[in-house]
Design a binder for this molecule. Structure first.
Ligand code: DC
Length: 224
């Protein structure tokens, strides 16, 4: 079974999806990490201003992998776990920019779908329910008010030891929201059959409980 969770930055989708996967005993795939890893590699290899044809050729030789480890897919670049290098605002913005380009989206499609064939999966991102797993058995779209999302993002960054200003976090979030939802390829939007949940007033455990409940209903054969 594939469960998709889409939504904008700070909507709580990453934390909720990770915990939902644990609760259900499903694997967890954070597709933003794949876009972030490509941003990291593109910056390192001087490919940030490359044209689409050049980018497509370059992508073919980027050693990027998503390996299932302990219930989640870990993203490796050159055999190294990228996690310590991708959770910062510079990479967020580069990932958002590069994710609007066709060669990048096409390149990642196969990798993401392969994760879906490997077994039960919770996949989170921007286009999981609309493009990558349109046939998923349960789809969610999480939202939250802009200032709540900026606050969550600020907390996440400061708790990981980064010095960031709330006003800058809000400005970056707005820029990313606009780019991710207005691009022509796979823009951020709820799938027609997604359950939309506003997480603004909810705690993380309340969000996870609501999602788990819906998935169980679907598994038991409840209509959409
Ligand atoms: O979920 P995230 O913040 O880690 O994602 C980083 C960027 O990657 C996001 O701004 C847009 C892009 N992205 C995407 O276009 N499609 C996805 N499925 C996941 C992420």
């Amino acid at each position: 079974m594939v469960v998709t969770v889409d939504g904008p930055a700070g909507s709580g989708k990453s934390s909720a999806s990770r915990l939902l996967a644990q609760e259900l005993g499903f694997a967890f795939l954070d597709t933003g990490a794949l876009y972030r890893a490509i941003a990291l590699a593109a910056r390192r290899d001087g490919m940030l201003e490359a044209g689409e044809a050049e980018l497509a050729a370059w992508l073919k030789q980027v050693p990027l992998e998503a390996k299932s480890q302990g219930g989640r897919f870990v993203v490796f670049l050159d055999g190294q776990d990228v996690e310590p290098f991708i959770r910062n605002e510079a990479i967020s913005q580069l990932a958002s920019r590069l994710s609007a380009l066709a060669p990048v989206r096409e390149h990642l499609l196969g990798l993401q779908r392969a994760a879906g064939r490997a077994g039960d999966l919770v996949a989170e991102g921007r286009d999981m329910g609309t493009v990558v797993f349109p046939g998923a058995e349960a789809k969610f779209f999480l939202t939250a008010g802009e200032s709540e999302r900026a606050h969550r993002r600020w907390l996440e960054l400061t708790q990981s030891g980064q010095q960031v200003d709330m006003a800058d976090v809000l400005a970056d979030l707005r820029l990313r929201d606009q780019r991710d939802s207005q691009r022509s390829l796979s823009p951020l939007r709820p799938a027609e059959d997604a359950v939309v949940l506003d997480t603004t007033p909810l705690s993380l455990s309340e969000v996870v409980a609501a999602l788990a409940q819906k998935v169980r209903e679907r598994r038991a054969g409840a209509p959409r």
